[in-house]
Design a protein around this ligand. Structure first.
Ligand code: BG6
Length: 487
């Protein structure tokens, strides 16, 4: 059997993409709440367009999202019905510290997550908690410029210590910062950064990165001190780069581009800056201010495990002008002629997942956890409202096979698998509801119309059986549509 008996099967979400209730019970606004739907979204995400409040004439999908704030009991019950062993979720920083600067936490915010953890416990579902998933209180963006300011290290640490203490015994698996390398590509999303004209952008990004890396190490240390049972992971937006051809310069380009992401994990998993990064700072004359104690902080607290998201692989060329661009999860890629693409142009590559698992395991020799994987697709309910999402099943099945091979054949140590968007949610990139990942359909459209009613797709029954058979039964042939499958 490839999967150990305690392999953690489950699903993943993020607070801003599911909760809604953005002003409930004293919550403050965060960077992600002010991402508008529509053509201006990308410029805001990149920190190129300043939009720090809700503005007339825009629709903001995070405001209500799928209203898990009020539906969490129903949703967790459905996760339990699928047999989830783990549920990956994030805490909303501004629900707990509305401005990020309060001396004491917002009790109503803390209580909300207590209730969620209690509900999960009822079904013996282990929470896997991301402390910050694209999340900076907007007040900290306005006052300090987000993570570009070292002040964020202390404020984030205080927030993290508060939740680590409060949820001691309820939560054991923690992730410090979601897809930390997104900071390089979408600095507002990853770090609450809006660029000024005079900024040296690379310097701002890597200064913010340094702050996040120090903060992450301090939180790892705090987590271990607060409870020796805590396990802390870092999180990479994964999917490695293929060279477009076997020209050595294409291969070199692929190494270079992989390092843009590995840079963060190298520090978090190994406890020190890799030489290639220090050389980059020197070569590009980036002055990164580091406090004298930082080296020791980073060295003292490497993470316990490495997590990553995987949707697609990427392809690069030393001559990108010769090849067609593709779309992909945040990080750019050129088109790979050997792969099919999703409806959003993300290049589907199950073997790429096995490759990534191997690369990460070879590099860090730490247990891995796939905390996001899935395909965004348009679901069309039939006349009875049922969704036969065989395309989703096919994507997930092939990726699970690849992960099985990585365990069975390559000996990769894998703690678990939480597919992304186990319930339909707001897409981070586009803000769309129509880009669906879930096993559970949520009746809501891109502009917020709909009843929010939850219903089970075919993949719900399929995943239920995958979990129940501990990854052995992956086919969907014998699944009878519209009936609960006997597992
Ligand atoms: C990851 C994020 O980048 O990809 C998630 O951690 C996000 O928040 C997911 O939702 C899928 O991307 P999208 O844009 O399809 O939602």
């Amino acid at each position: 059997m490839a999967f150990s008996k305690d392999f953690l099967w489950g699903g993943a979400t993020a607070a801003n993409q599911v909760e809604g209730g953005v002003l409930e019970a004293g919550r403050g606004l965060s960077n992600i709440d002010v991402l508008p739907f529509g053509p201006d979204r990308l410029a805001v995400q990149k920190g190129e367009l300043k939009m720090l409040d809700w503005q007339e004439g825009y629709y903001y999908p995070a405001k209500e999202a799928i209203d898990m704030y009020h539906h969490y009991k129903e949703d967790i019950k459905l996760f339990a019905e699928m047999g989830f062993k783990v549920f990956r979720m994030s805490l909303s920083w501004s629900r707990i510290f509305p401005t990020g600067e309060e001396e004491t936490a917002n009790e109503a915010g803390l209580k909300f997550y207590d209730d969620i953890f209690d509900e999960l416990k009822k079904y013996q579902i282990e929470p896997l908690v991301t402390i910050a998933h694209f999340d900076v209180p907007i007040h900290l963006v306005k006052k300090y410029g987000g993570w570009r300011n070292r002040k964020l290290v202390d404020l984030y640490l205080r927030y993290a210590q508060t939740v680590l203490t409060r949820y001691q015994g309820k939560v054991r698996y923690w992730i410090t910062i979601n897809e930390i390398n997104v900071l390089v590509h979408q600095p507002f999303v990853g770090g609450g950064i809006v660029f000024e004209e005079t900024d040296n952008r690379q310097e701002v990004i890597y200064q913010a990165a340094h702050h996040q890396l120090v903060a992450s190490a301090l939180v790892t240390k705090a987590a271990h001190e607060i409870d020796k049972n805590n396990r802390v992971g870092c999180m990479l937006a994964g999917g490695s780069h293929y060279p477009y051809t076997c020209r050595p310069e294409d291969y070199q380009e692929a190494i270079k581009r992989d390092r843009e992401g590995y840079f963060f994990i190298d520090v978090q998993a190994r406890g020190k800056y890799p030489n290639y990064a220090l050389k980059k700072f020197e070569r590009e004359k980036l002055t990164i201010v580091m406090a004298p104690q930082d080296e020791a902080i980073l060295a003292a607290s490497p993470v316990d495990f490495v997590t990553f998201s995987y949707y697609c692989s990427r392809t690069v060329s030393a001559h990108p002008e010769d090849s067609e661009q593709a779309t992909g999860n945040i990080i750019p890629s050129i088109k790979n002629d050997y792969l099919k693409s999703s409806e959003w142009g993300w290049q589907i590559d199950p073997l790429g997942l096995r490759n990534s698992l191997n690369q990460l395991y070879d590099r860090y020799q730490k247990p891995l956890f796939i905390v996001e994987n899935g395909v965004g697709a348009i679901d069309q309910p039939d006349e009875t409202g049922f969704i036969d999402d065989e395309y989703r099943i096919e994507y997930l099945r092939e990726h699970i096979k690849a992960m099985k091979a990585a365990i069975e054949i390559d000996g990769v140590e894998l703690l678990g698998y939480t597919s992304w968007g186990c319930i339909d949610l707001i897409a981070a990139s586009t803000g769309q509801m129509s880009k669906r990942y879930g096993y559970i359909y949520v009746d809501r459209d891109d502009l917020g119309n709909g009843s929010l009613k939850r219903s089970k797709k075919k993949s719900f029954y399929w995943y239920q059986r995958v979990i129940h058979s501990n990854g052995e039964k992956l086919d969907s042939k014998s699944l009878s549509i519209k009936e609960t499958v006997r597992v």
